[in-house]
Design a protein around this ligand. Structure first.
Ligand code: AKG
Length: 297
C-alpha cells in the first residue's frame, strides 16, 4: 500500500518524523534553507556551468549530458561539490544538516560523498531505479542521503520517486550479465511502478532517503531545471566494506564523532558492486547506460 511521503515542517525532527522515516525510508523536510542560501548555491553552480564550456569529456568534476557543447553547456552532474567549493563544505558540515541526520543515523555523522544532479530543462537525464547501498555497502545500513533542492522539484521536471518501505527489504541485484550496472531490473523484481511515491519539494526544502530505499527519477522534459544536491552521510560506526583508501580523508569526513577503530556489524546480506567500474569514478549515469531493462529510457 502506498502513502504520500511524510512532510516535516521544521529541520528539528520530531519523534513522529523519525518514526515515519524508519517506516517509509524517506522524509521531506520543508523550508530548511533560506532563499538567499539557495541563491548563493545557484550562483556557484552557474559558475561551474560556465567553466564546463571548455570541457569536452567527463572528468573528476563534470559529468556531461549528451549534446554538451561550448556554446550550449549541458551538465548532467557536478561531481563531489563539497571537494570543489567551500560553500558546499560549509553547508555539508552545518548544524542544520547534522542536527537533522544525527538522530536518524544513531551514532555520529560521517560525510560519505556527494553529487549535484542538474536535470537541465528539456535535456535532463533520468536515473533508473536503484538502492544507494548497492554502490557503497557498509557493515551496517546506517546511511542516508539528503537531497537539497536548488529548484522546485516536481513530477513535471523529474522529481525523486521512491518505493516507501523498500529499505526494510533486501539489497536487490544491480548487476546485468554479471557486471555491476548501478540499476535493478524492474521486470526481474516484478516491480509495481504504480506504488512509486513522488518526493515533490520546493527550492530550499530537502528530502532524506535511507541508503536501501529503492528510488529513481524520470527525465526532465519540462522547460525548467531541476537541480538537486545529494549529500550522503553514514553513522560513524559503519565501516565501508570496499575499504578505506585514504585514512586522513576518512577522518576529515567526520562531522560529528571521533576517529574510531571499533565498528558495528549488522546481520545482513551484502552485495558487492563487482566486477564493474564503479570504483573508477564512473557515475550512475555512465553505469546505467548499459542497462537493457529500463523504466525511463
Ligand atoms: O537526481 C535524481 O533524481 C536521483 C539521484 C540518485 O538517486 C543518484 O544519483 O544516486
Amino acid at each position: 500500500m502506498t502513502h504520500p511521503a511524510t512532510r516535516a515542517a521544521s529541520p528539528a525532527l520530531t519523534e513522529s518524523d523519525i518514526s515515519a522515516y524508519r517506516r517509509d525510508g524517506c522524509l521531506i523536510v520543508e523550508n530548511v534553507f533560506s532563499e538567499s542560501t539557495i541563491e548563493r548555491l545557484r550562483q556557484v553552480v552557474d559558475d561551474f556551468v560556465e567553466k564546463s564550456r571548455s570541457v569536452t569529456e567527463n572528468d573528476a568534476v563534470f559529468d556531461l549530458e549528451p549534446g554538451h557543447t561550448p556554446e550550449r553547456p549541458l551538465l548532467r552532474r557536478l561531481k563531489s561539490p563539497t571537494l570543489n567549493h567551500p560553500l558546499f563544505e560549509e553547508i555539508m558540515r552545518s548544524d542544520v544538516l547534522a542536527d537533522m541526520v544525527e538522530p536518524l543515523l544513531g551514532d555520529g555523522v560521517r560525510f560519505q560523498g556527494d553529487k549535484l544532479n542538474m536535470k537541465t530543462a528539456i535535456a535532463g537525464s533520468p536515473v533508473e531505479w536503484h538502492q544507494d547501498f548497492a554502490f557503497y555497502p557498509h557493515t551496517t545500513d546506517d546511511l542516508l542521503a539528503v537531497g537539497i533542492a536548488l529548484d522546485d522539484s516536481t513530477l513535471e521536471n523529474g522529481c525523486l520517486m521512491a518505493m516507501c518501505g523498500s529499505h526494510l527489504g533486501p539489497v536487490l541485484d544491480h548487476h546485468q550479465d554479471g557486471v555491476f550496472i548501478g540499476a535493478i531490473s524492474p521486470s526481474r523484481e516484478s516491480m509495481d511502478l504504480g506504488e512509486a511515491v513522488p518526493l515533490e519539494i520546493r527550492a530550499g526544502d530537502v528530502t532524506i532517503h535511507h541508503t536501501k530505499l529503492l528510488h529513481g527519477s524520470a527525465p526532465n522534459r519540462s522547460s525548467v531545471p531541476r537541480r538537486l544536491w545529494l549529500v550522503q552521510y553514514a553513522a560513524v560506526s559503519a565501516w565501508p566494506m570496499m575499504g578505506v583508501r585514504d585514512y586522513d580523508f576518512f577522518n576529515w569526513s567526520l562531522v560529528r564523532g571521533e576517529p574510531a577503530t571499533e565498528y558495528k556489524v549488522k546481520d545482513q546480506t551484502v552485495r558487492v558492486p563487482l566486477p564493474g567500474d564503479v570504483y573508477t569514478g564512473a557515475t550512475i549515469f555512465e553505469l546505467q547506460t548499459k542497462a537493457r531493462d529500463t523504466v525511463y529510457r
